[in-house]
Design a protein around this ligand. Structure first.
Ligand code: NIG
Ligand code: FE
Length: 410
């Protein structure tokens, strides 16, 4: 892969050029910058040239070719919020919720996050890797090439490190890890004691190179605003980027905190007032919307229209986890964004590429097919207009990460 490779015979290639210029704000179809009868060249895992095949520079004319068979090429999707490393499931809880118990009632009875903590603590690191590697395969088969994975089902130093090491051991996809030790307060401790213990762990997480990012769940019954602020500031002083599970079930003003701290993203952002929305839209903090979780929790969806129309940079992600979002189906996420949040199709593509990349601090690296970007892409016989419409799973023929084939349909 050190020599240039020409990917030719592409019906339509989505470059995302316009999103780089407008920072994923006020997105329209032209920003997807689709090139017809296209080709592109990758070298050392990065794109070095993109354009009409008829304009392929002479220097590449005798390079090795990959025939894209008249299919369409898309930049790999970025799923910027998942809890993909976990053991067990929460099928019993699902049944209870479906009979009327709330997410918070189940949590108060020792279920919810804490029940996945129990299951995850029990298994070996290798068992977590094996489970998560299969899930990565499912993401790749849908064209998702970058996956953020949070810890947060360990809630003690040893198990949190086990989760992060498992995430780091995953192959084929580009994985970004996030330390979510502050996902819930383990039984037998107070919030203050627990956050102090996490603060003692942070330098080690950094030193071991296990994560460069810190997340916290600010919510009634989980972590409160002022304690969270102190913890996040401490993390930033150590050099971590921060992100927040913000205003999901109640308005805690966590989104405003995210903006004030220049967090990479504020995620969920459902219970916002108009001032919160305006602040978020005017900021560099990405609004990460997780409609599959809202679907499963049967709660309100975020006000995507107001956020987008006010100029927010929005991302969509799966929030894949065994409790509130037990699905990896990216097509479903995009479909919900359209149906329930009235996002326009180009906005959905932007949210799953540029938005996700920016939330992870990877804009300029992934989420577009332009010179300098990673050669992360997938091939499909569907045109972009046919995405996020059906529910059978969109048709991905092949997926590449860094120019390497990581999924093939047959
Ligand atoms: O993003 N809200 C907190 N965390 C997850 C749920 C995780 C779980 O229920 O296990 C979320 O929805
Ligand atoms: Fe989450």
């Amino acid at each position: 892969m050190t020599h240039p490779i020409v990917y030719s015979n592409i019906a339509e290639l989505m470059t995302m050029k316009g999103l780089q210029a407008n920072d994923g704000r006020h997105v329209g179809a032209k920003d997807l910058a689709v090139v017809k009868k296209a080709a592109f060249v990758a070298e050392k895992g990065r794109v070095v040239w993109v354009g009409r095949e008829s304009r392929l520079p002479t220097v590449f004319r005798s390079s090795k070719r990959v025939d894209c068979q008249g299919l369409n090429v898309f930049p790999g999707f970025v799923d910027c919020h998942t809890h993909m490393v976990f053991a067990g499931d929460r099928v019993n809880e699902f049944e209870k919720r479906n009979q009327g118990a709330s997410y918070q009632e189940i949590a108060a009875a020792g279920g919810g996050i804490l029940s996945t903590v129990k299951a995850t603590r029990k298994v070996s690191k290798q068992a977590l890797v094996d489970l998560a590697q299969q899930r990565v395969g499912k993401h790749l088969s849908q064209g998702v090439t970058t996956i953020e994975i949070k810890s947060g089902y360990g809630l003690n130093p040893q198990s949190e490190i086990k989760m992060l090491q498992a995430a780091k051991a995953l192959k084929k996809a580009r994985v970004v890890t996030t330390y979510l030790g502050a996902h819930a307060i383990p039984s037998g401790t107070t919030q203050a004691q627990y956050l102090e213990s996490l603060k003692r762990e942070l330098p080690k997480i950094k030193q071991l190179g296990l994560s460069q990012r810190v997340d916290i769940f600010i919510e009634k019954g989980y972590f409160d605003l002022s304690a969270a602020k102190e913890y996040l500031v401490f993390a930033q002083e150590l050099g971590f980027a921060v992100t927040i599970h913000a205003d999901q079930l109640n308005r805690t003003q966590a989104t405003q905190l995210a903006v004030a701290l220049r967090a990479k993203s504020a995620d969920h952002v459902i219970c916002l007032n108009s001032k919160d929305k305006k602040r978020l839209a005017d900021s560099e903090t990405v609004a990460v919307l997780l409609p599959a979780a809202d679907f499963y929790l049967e709660c309100d969806y975020p006000d995507a229209r107001t956020l987008i129309d006010s100029g927010a940079c929005v991302a969509l992600a799966s929030d894949y986890n065994p409790g509130s979002s037990p699905t990896q189906n990216i097509e479903f996420v995009g479909l919900l964004a359209r149906l329930q949040m009235k996002m326009a199709l180009p906005e959905v593509f932007s949210a799953l590429t540029y938005g996700g990349a920016k939330a992870l601090g990877l804009e300029g690296e992934v989420g577009a097919l332009l010179p300098g970007f990673r050669a992360d892409f997938f091939l499909s016989n569907q045109s972009w207009e046919q995405f996020f419409y059906g529910l059978g799973g969109h048709d991905v023929f092949r997926t590449y990460v860094g120019g390497r084939k990581v999924f093939s349909k047959k």
